[in-house]
Design a protein around this ligand. Structure first.
Ligand code: C2E
Ligand code: MG
Ligand code: MG
Ligand code: MG
Length: 274
């Protein structure tokens, strides 16, 4: 009986694994097709000055417009794109799309809207990345100061290499932000070694910022540290007025979140910028 059950268990396990890898393969094939057919759309979430509530820039957030499944969130395909290396061409597409949009806004008389683009470690490790950025800046006549690259603490995995690439990007004049700050488990010493302009306080510290003294204290400490180190600081995931008030009282100058605006399609965000 035990043997029988063991065998069944094995079969169950085996077929589950197979389903997972089949799904993954389908997803990978789908991603390649999506790239070829440009079945992607960039949404933009406005970033605000908290004191005046003026828009000071937008963060580009990628969506996959799947012909059958509808809009797919990046959380569901970025990890696979990273694993397969597809994030390199996908990321290049996003970067160029965003730079193009920046130019369209400028040409339409809306001014130079600062744009932020998320960049995976895998892209930083790609030897063509700096040239891709240079090319996009040139092709769409962007002032490099209007482009911010958001990277996460995971670049510390290979700090020496990251430092070289980030310094090259810095030389171009683009800005560097550390996304989801505080969520990784890296040592803080890297902050001294990398050319960083901005810290983005992870949403988890903004949640319950008032209910939990701990989250409030962490947020305050990040804000203070950022200012001491001459970084600007932005809070992500602001959903309630009380959170915004707390951040403002503690001298956090910038913020984004559903309270201020959700990520919008080009049409929606253009209306807002107007
Ligand atoms: P992220 O860069 O930290 O972006 C913030 C995420 O939080 C976005 O999710 C945004 O829609 C969501 N968000 C913003 N405000 C609020 C809020 O008030 N409440 C809540 N609950 N959520 C809020 P999204 O668009 O699903 O993106 C998830 C992650 O996927 C991003 O996190 C980023 O790491 C990654 N990602 C998105 N687009 C790209 C891309 O073009 N390239 C790369 N490499 N990664 C991307
Ligand atoms: Mg981001
Ligand atoms: Mg973030
Ligand atoms: Mg995040």
């Amino acid at each position: 009986l035990a043997k029988e059950r063991g065998k069944n268990n094995y079969q169950y396990y085996n077929s589950t694994l197979q389903n997972v890898s089949t799904r993954k393969m389908e997803l990978e094939v789908g991603l390649r097709k999506a790239l070829a057919k440009e079945h992607f759309e960039v949404f933009y979430q406005p970033q605000y000055r908290l004191d005046t509530r003026e828009i000071c820039g937008v963060e580009a957030l990628l969506r996959w417009k799947h012909p059958k499944l509808g809009m797919i969130s990046p959380a569901d395909f970025i990890p696979l794109a990273e694993e397969t290396g597809l994030i390199v061409p996908i990321g290049r597409w996003v970067l160029r799309k965003v730079c193009e949009q920046h130019k369209l806004w400028k040409d339409a008389g809306l001014g130079a809207v600062p744009v932020a683009v998320n960049v995976s470690v895998r892209q930083i490790q790609d030897l063509g990345f700096v040239d891709d950025v240079k090319q996009a800046l040139r092709d769409f006549k962007l002032d490099p100061a209007d482009l911010e690259l958001e990277i996460t603490e995971s670049i510390m995995q290979n700090i020496e290499f990251s430092r070289i690439v980030l310094n090259k990007l810095k030389e171009l004049g683009v800005k560097i932000a550390i996304d989801d700050f505080g969520k990784g488990y890296s040592s803080l010493s890297y902050l001294k070694y990398l050319p960083i302009d901005k810290i983005k306080i992870d949403k988890s510290f903004v949640d319950d910022i008032l209910d939990s003294t701990l989250n409030g204290s962490i947020a305050k400490a990040i804000i203070e540290m950022s200012h001491t180190m001459n970084f600007s600081v932005i809070a992500e995931g602001i959903e309630e007025e009380v959170q915004l008030a707390f951040l403002l009282n503690n001298f956090c100058e910038l913020g984004q979140g559903y309270l201020l605006s959700k990520p919008l399609d080009v049409k929606g965000v253009t209306e807002l910028i107007k």
